[in-house]
Design a protein around this ligand. Structure first.
Ligand code: ADP
Ligand code: MG
Length: 414
């Protein structure tokens, strides 16, 4: 017996056979439910189906679609399935597996040859390597690759694949949103309204499936950040923890921007960690010193601004003898930021992994100022770090040495 699971209209194009099926959109648009239901239907329609549900990273089965597929089986009283501890047996001796692509090697992925369906959930995080491994592996006659995702930017491999210049052959891709989900629950509607009121900058991304926000005339762009991104830093020659402390610590006040950045032996710049936080002065000082120890950094860079000596005193009170470099702002923050953004454009600075909030702030910095809400504390800290790091490599080879106070980074800035 073939079941007939009800489908939201927006997904109907995906019911006809195609090698590549994609559904992209914002939260709550029924993407996961649709593909979970389709998986159960496909396994019933074609006995012996072997299928795999993948994510880029799967730390535990809880993160997988296993539970959702079990629910669909129960809900529709689908016959012939058996739920095991980490897989589901399907009618006619098939199986559904749940795996993280990062756990696969070029060798191990071969175990999936002969599989008829591969569904990638949260496919916006799928790496180019994973997509390239998956496509030729799923090659059984009539095999299908499904992808569900909330777009981040056009450079994400899944987005470039489906929505780039040339759509893949034999593919169907739909755009879906919460307003096309007939089962959109009241709880999510409350969440959505709350986000619309409190987080307008990210609302269109989270709920409408638009790319992440970037300002017109922004001095950084997602594509460059993405293209420069690396997974591992090289051996580092110099590491700094840069802090842009917020002026007041009242509730709702700005964050303390804390960025760990350095220069590699390859003389390129790397952002290693974003440790920004809200809180009292003692808290930023503790965090900055914690980062300093963790990364075995060479110094802490702080802006000597309205606070005068205050920031240095706070740090020294926590850790006497700490190498502190004080920098002084003589120009507006976007003027200071532009040379650093130029280094990114030249491919000279890489983020090790993704720093969501920092990157959001960066893409809202324009040559006329910051277009986001509040103050771009993370960008400020980043700019101080690289202003300090780059004169050093331009002037002379980097030596490991503790930094001197008043060692202002002005050379590169002119
Ligand atoms: N076929 C369905 N039957 C029942 N409820 C559904 C169905 N599809 C979606 N929903 C409801 O809509 C919510 C959002 O769907 P989900 O698939 O999680 O969206 P997305 O993956 O797009 O974020 C679910 O939590 C569920 O409450
Ligand atoms: Mg989902």
């Amino acid at each position: 017996m073939i079941m007939d699971i009800e489908t939201a209209e927006a997904f109907e194009p995906l019911l006809i056979p195609a090698r590549y099926k994609g559904a992209h959109g914002g939260r709550g648009s029924a993407k996961s439910h649709f593909f979970a239901g389709l998986m159960v239907e496909e396994c019933q329609a074609m006995p012996g189906t072997r299928a795999v549900c993948v994510r880029e990273v799967q730390k535990s089965l809880k993160e997988s679609a296993m539970r959702l597929i079990e629910d669909k089986i129960d809900q529709h009283k689908a016959k012939g399935f058996r739920v095991k501890s980490d897989s589901i047996e399907t009618p006619g001796g098939g199986v559904i597996l749940f795996q993280g692509m990062q756990d696969h090697t070029a060798e191990s992925i071969k175990s999936l040859e002969g599989f008829r369906i591969a569904w990638t959930e949260e496919a916006q995080t799928l790496s180019a390597r994973s997509l390239e491994m998956l496509r030729p592996t799923i090659r059984a006659p009539g095999s299908q690759l499904w992808f569900s995702w909330n777009p981040r930017n056009a450079a994400d491999p899944v987005d470039a694949f489906f929505r780039g210049e040339k759509a893949p052959p034999d593919s169907i891709c739909v755009r879906v949103n919460y307003d096309g989900n007939p089962w959109f629950p009241a709880e999510l509607e409350l969440e959505r309204q709350h986000d619309a009121a409190t987080n307008p900058a990210r609302y269109a991304h989270i709920w409408l499936g638009e790319y992440e926000p970037a300002a017109i005339g922004a001095i950084w762009d997602r594509l460059t950040l993405h293209n420069n991104r690396r997974h591992e830093p090289p051996t580092m020659s110099r590491i700094l923890v840069a802090v842009d402390p917020a002026v007041s610590n009242e509730a709702g006040s700005d964050e303390h921007g804390i960025i760990v950045a350095g220069i590699g032996e390859d003389r390129r710049g790397y952002v290693l960690e974003d440790g920004s936080l809200k809180g009292a002065p003692r808290q930023w000082a503790d965090r900055a010193i914690q980062m300093y120890d963790k990364w075995d950094a060479d110094a802490i860079v702080i802006e000597r601004n309205q606070g005068g000596d205050m920031c240095r005193e706070v740090l020294k009170s926590v850790r006497p003898g700490l190498p502190v470099i004080e920098v002084h702002a003589t120009r507006g923050k976007h003027v200071r930021a532009e040379p650093i953004s130029a280094l990114y454009s030249l491919g000279q600075i890489s983020h090790i992994g993704t720093f969501q909030k920092l990157e959001d702030q960066m893409c809202l910095m324009t040559s006329a100022g910051y277009e986001g809400e509040g103050s771009p504390d993370r960008v400020d800290a980043l700019v101080w770090a690289f202003t300090e790091l780059f004169p050093a490599i331009i002037k002379k080879p980097v030596k490991k040495q503790s930094a001197r106070r008043d060692d202002f980074g002005v050379g590169w800035m002119g």
